[in-house]
Ligand binder design. Structure first.
Ligand SMILES: [Zn+2]
Ligand SMILES: [Zn+2]
Length: 706
């Protein structure tokens, strides 16, 4: 009937479309002071040219591959995509690139090879660059730009996609405020200018106008990283530049916010393609604003039809959804409007009525999108359960072995061989395989674990069963030992005589691991570590006091015990604060040597060490007390890394490296001394080469960019 006739695809609005994706392009790099300073051409086009600019909000995880998927499918992937970010398989979901290829559009791609992996057979021509070498700032982008002059002269393409990685790499290595960002933005500005002028020169011959889209996949945080949900990471600019648009009359105020997923539906309409099946995006109306009211209404209806169909597929009670209800009302008024239009009524009233219908549609689209965003996130529960079971089994096995590993014999034995042949193992394997068959035949193709080969699946089942049997036999062994203490005194004594420190280290480790799993705590995990290290120091102090004042005798066993504890602190503090281990290392070194013979003045030194460590921890903490979420606030670390205090930082780095050398070299042979000296010199030289610290013979550090 009428509805199905409406859903035929209207003709394209643009002839050629160029998408320039600049990795980690944050909104203020274009709209802020940096944009005005380093991107003059783009700023001029944004403020006075024929363009529409928006701030596109990216959904976390703000990592490249999920963002490309969101831009091209319009759907919202789950957090699970982070895991496969480095070996992305081909994108099977309905997407813009596939639709364009099916419609016979010729697509050319240059840039990040993630695209080539996602769309392996879709481009008529491509050149992928790897994003693996993060310290490469120029080559990655030159590899894209070198094709530009040639391809812009040619006429044999419809869609050109460029993905520039250099800015992201600069962000990762030197941060968003580094002096390298400006020149990179200027380079991007010149590229945009070249493309824009070339597209403008082509427009006279063509019947349809061309479109240039500039966007970022995600932004970057104040530390230059991305992945989380801070404002800098999720806000990216989105520019539509075309001679089809009207010249901007009023100066640009703050750009409007849209969703990153809106690009897919907008480009689908612009290219005359069906909107991707799973897209939750809304058409960005200004892009089609130059068309007649009848066409605009048709476009928003197409978008609403696609969204309501997606809702029907995902929700049983879709008819009660407010978005669906709004859409049906808008569709009805649209029908009335068409009737008036066909009667030849062409007055002001018709236009105003049309505007009202348009508003109804936009309202419906927004509501549909938000209820879909709640629905679409699907999780592969079965694969997640299998993975969780394996991890928990390994963890349990490790925990069961901790008493043995911490005992004086420090052994780690996994009892695997006997249970492999036990009846229990075979029974479990059979049962798990049966469960696997049942789950996979009912779940369909959605499950990742089911899509693996049968041999691999059986292997995983055997692993789960073997681990389970290992755990059971380990538990059985512990019970056996506790029942017969005379037979095996070592194990029973070590498992029963855990000191407070052993308990604290174990509980603290488990607690810290658990806190890493909390999503509400993301990027502030170091707070737990601060708390735990302080507690550990206090417990250590208490134990030292007790040993020194209450127990007069100090035998060898005790001193080795204390030594072990200090070693473990040394390891944890080194892991967390790799940058300045020397300060705490010196104290730990003293503590270790002094605790070997606790008597006389050494006794007082050993008593003082926990407090010295506490003071060092406090100093460490003040280096970065704002964490990641509040990283833009001033901090002692910022003071040190700012360019005015480069000499102070250089001095601190040099002293720390020298202290590492002098503390460690005592126990080294000549060869390893030389190797260590060269290694430490290399660390300093690297920092000097990337501009963090100065060479002694270099003044002011003016040659950073070189
Ligand atoms: Zn990226
Ligand atoms: Zn990155």
């Amino acid at each position: 009937g009428m509805v199905s006739n409406w859903t035929t695809i209207p003709p394209p609005l643009f002839k050629k479309v160029v998408i320039v994706l600049i990795d980690a392009l944050r909104d203020d790099f274009v709209f802020g002071s940096k944009g005005k300073q380093f991107m003059p051409y783009t700023t001029q086009v944004v403020e006075k040219g024929t363009s529409y600019s928006f701030i596109a909000e990216a959904k976390p995880p703000t990592v490249t591959m999920p963002r490309i998927k969101a831009l091209m499918t319009g759907s919202i992937p789950g957090f699970i995509d982070v895991v496969v970010n480095l070996n992305s398989p081909a994108l099977l979901d309905d997407n813009l690139i596939w639709q364009a290829k099916t419609a016979g559009k010729r697509i050319i791609f240059y840039g990040d090879d993630t695209w080539v992996k996602l769309f392996p057979k879709h481009f008529v021509e491509y050149d992928g660059t790897t994003s693996f070498f993060v310290s490469d700032f120029t080559e990655v982008d030159d590899n894209v730009t070198r094709h530009l002059d040639r391809v812009l002269k040619r006429e044999d393409w419809d869609l050109l996609i460029l993905h520039y990685l250099g800015l992201d790499h600069i962000g990762h290595v030197t941060g968003p405020n580094s002096p390298l960002v400006g020149p990179k933005l200027r380079e991007m500005d010149n590229i945009l200018k070249k493309i824009h002028i070339s597209l403008l020169s082509k427009v006279e011959e063509a019947s349809l106008p061309n479109l240039l889209v500039v966007c970022g996949d995600h932004g970057m945080s104040e530390t230059g990283s991305h992945g989380g949900s801070s404002e800098g990471e999720v806000h990216t600019p989105l520019l539509f530049i075309s001679s089809a648009f009207e010249k901007r009359s009023a100066p640009l105020t703050q750009p409007e916010h849209v969703q990153q997923t809106d690009l897919a539906s907008t480009l689908a309409i612009g290219l005359g393609l069906p909107i991707s099946r799973n897209s939750v995006g809304n058409l960005i109306l200004p892009v089609v604003g130059g068309k007649t009211m009848r066409e605009q209404l048709r476009f928003v209806h197409l978008n609403g039809f696609q969204l309501s169909r997606l809702l029907q597929e995902n929700t049983p009670a879709y008819e009660k959804d407010p978005g669906y209800e709004h859409f049906k009302i808008a569709e009805k008024s649209h029908g009335n409007w068409i009737k008036l239009y066909l009667e030849g009524n062409n007055s002001e009233i018709l236009l105003n009525l049309g505007k009202k219908v348009l508003k109804q549609y936009l309202e419906a689209l927004k509501t549909l999108s938000s209820s879909l965003s709640r629905q679409v996130a699907q999780y592969d529960m079965y694969s997640m359960v299998v993975g969780t079971v394996i991890i928990m089994e390994v963890l349990l096995l490790l925990l069961l072995s901790v008493p043995k590993a911490l005992s004086k014999r420090a052994e780690f034995e996994v009892p695997l061989s006997p249970p492999l042949f036990s009846l229990l193992f075979y029974l479990m394997c059979l049962m798990l395989c049966a469960v696997h068959v049942i789950v996979c035949t009912s779940a369909g193709s959605l499950c990742y674990f089911c899509s693996m080969s049968w041999l691999t699946a059986v292997g995983v089942m055997m692993l789960i069963s073997a681990l389970m049997c290992g755990i059971l036999s380990a538990i059985a062994k512990i019970f056996e030992n506790s029942r017969l203490p005379a037979k095996n005194p070592v194990v029973s004594s070590s498992s029963s005589s855990w000191s407070e420190i052993d308990v604290l280290i174990l509980a603290g480790t488990i607690g810290h691991v658990l806190s890493l799993g909390a999503s509400s705590f993301i990027e502030e995990e170091h707070q737990t570590w601060y708390f735990l290290i302080n507690t550990l120091c206090l417990v250590l102090c208490q134990e030292l006091c007790r040993n020194n004042f209450l127990l007069k005798e100090c035998d060898l066993q005790h001193s080795t015990n204390v030594k072990q504890n200090f070693d473990s602190i040394g390891e944890t503090s080194e892991c967390k604060n790799i940058d300045i281990p020397a300060a705490s290392n010196s104290k730990l070194g003293k503590a270790t040597s002094s605790s070997e013979f606790i008597k006389g003045s050494d006794k007082w030194i050993s008593l003082a060490t926990p407090w010295i460590i506490l003071i060092c921890c406090r100093l460490l903490r003040s280096l970065n007390q704002t964490g990641v979420q509040w990283a833009h606030r001033p901090d002692f670390g910022h003071w040190l890394t700012s360019s005015e205090h480069k000499s102070e930082l250089s001095f601190l780095a040099a002293v720390s490296l020298l202290m590492i050398f002098f503390l460690v070299q005592r126990r080294c042979s000549l060869v390893s001394k030389i190797a260590m000296a060269l290694g430490l010199l290399g660390v300093y030289s690297y920092r000097a080469a990337i501009g963090n610290v100065v060479f002694p013979w270099q003044h002011g550090g003016k040659d950073i960019s070189k």
